[in-house]
Design a protein around this ligand. Sequence first.
Ligand SMILES: Cc1cc2nc3c(=O)[nH]c(=O)nc-3n(C[C@H](O)[C@H](O)[C@H](O)COP(=O)(O)OP(=O)(O)OC[C@H]3O[C@@H](n4cnc5c(N)ncnc54)[C@H](O)[C@@H]3O)c2cc1C
Length: 488
Amino acid sequence: MNGPSPARNANITAASAGAAPVAAKASGGVAYSTPVRKARRVPVPRVWPLKDYDVYALLGGNAFIILAMWIRHGNLHELETPAGIVTAIGELAALYGTYLVLIQLVLMSRSPWLDQIFGQDRLVAAHRWVGFSAIWLLFAHFVFTTVGYGMADGSGPISETFNLLTTYPYVMWSGVGLILFVVVGITSMRAARRMASYETWYAIHLYAYLAIALSFMHQLVVGLDFASDPMARFYWIGLYALTIGLLLVFRFGQPMAISWRHRLRVANVVKEGQDVVSIYLTGRELDQLPVRAGQWFRLRFMTSHGWWRGHPFSISAAPNGRYLRFTIKNLGDYTKLLQEVRVGTSVFVEGPYGVFTGANRTKARVLLVAGGIGITPLRALLEELPAARGNLTLVYRASHENEVVFRNELDELASLRGATVHYLVGRRGSREMPSDPLDPRALRRLVPDVFDRDIYVCGPAGMMERVLAGLHWLRIAESQIHYERFNF
Ligand SMILES: Cc1cc2nc3c(=O)[nH]c(=O)nc-3n(C[C@H](O)[C@H](O)[C@H](O)COP(=O)(O)OP(=O)(O)OC[C@H]3O[C@@H](n4cnc5c(N)ncnc54)[C@H](O)[C@@H]3O)c2cc1C
């Protein structure tokens, strides 16, 4: 069954919220409704029968196999001499450094089974620390192996380095790979990242793939564990194949399949407020696109300046089978361009991603805490989460009245669903606003039964840290707290 086209959607239009009709005219598109629905009309994403401990067991199991493989090759004998001990440290550092590199790629493969357990923001945080550890281990491999071999040969580290680079096949390549890894690591440090744009940092980051390719052959040809053991070689190549397979399927295959099937394009652009627009996407068979309120997609607008960069945006209305709505604040060069995106532009999508949904809910009552543009997923959750009247509360913090988006929609939703909305608007520390309006005591005053609710938090980094720290201070169970960060 084909989904509605923009033209057909015009027939299902109801009253648009806020400034919608004006902007609809300006963009030449049709006005869209933001109706409140009683039941879902789209399937939910598949739930994989996996838990976090399954992932840890898999990772730990492989780490154990690697150690067993090293022992099976008789390497424990090395521990009998000082030179052997140093060399053994270098060998184990190589094996585990490479293993961590592969884990890093898996973490970034956007596999739905990993996303469902951890969410992309935690996966990105893990990727960061696994990455730094991998680079340290690979560097340790270079140092310890060189020194260990040098001790055995009676040569110094510099002449041994020269000897290794010129004698063994592929070692020179892996040396270049290590330098690339170190460059990627340095440019990923917070201080360096702040100096470059996201795109520049990302482009440098891609050199890690080249580094992995450059070091692969030296492992198989020179690596003592693989050169003469076909079974170990098969296992090692299998790890690489599995990792590359996950990357190909979920970073390329799945986005291409979804984008091809649903053929999304911009149907309308509606100004919501100062520097904020809602972009409505329609396409084919949207009623069969599995997605939940609170999830996000990586969007690539197919324009000359947008096709090469995908940016993450949450859906700002509950899925309804007819369109996906994204509400985007101008926060940089790309989001500035999106304020003017043309109706009809094709959009390549990756996703949906994220665990900021009703799937992980534990309580009947829910508190939503939004800051600034962090309202987008919470607006969708306010619409979608099943709840009895009186069980939904939204606290919406903004520094200025003109930063409040969706006010009409939120009020409409609140009255239809029997929800409570608290707007906390004003500059912190001003006469009308305390210096920390979301501190735990203030939150408890505003929502006295906060302990008995699931709490969903999304907003600017500083606000989120304060709210999350406050919730921990209140000793609210971890399982009740859900959050989405807008910066990876
Ligand atoms: C899960 C998620 C959901 C989001 N939902 C929304 C939303 O509904 N509405 C909204 O207005 N904004 C949302 N954002 C933020 C939005 O993605 C950024 O504001 C946007 O990418 C900034 O791009 P820029 O080029 O305009 O600005 P830049 O100045 O290039 O970037 C500003 C900051 O945005 C982050 N960023 C930039 N590009 C990317 C990228 N490709 N991937 C990850 N982070 C990036 C970086 O932390 C960067 O420092 C979301 C972010 C995430 C991670």
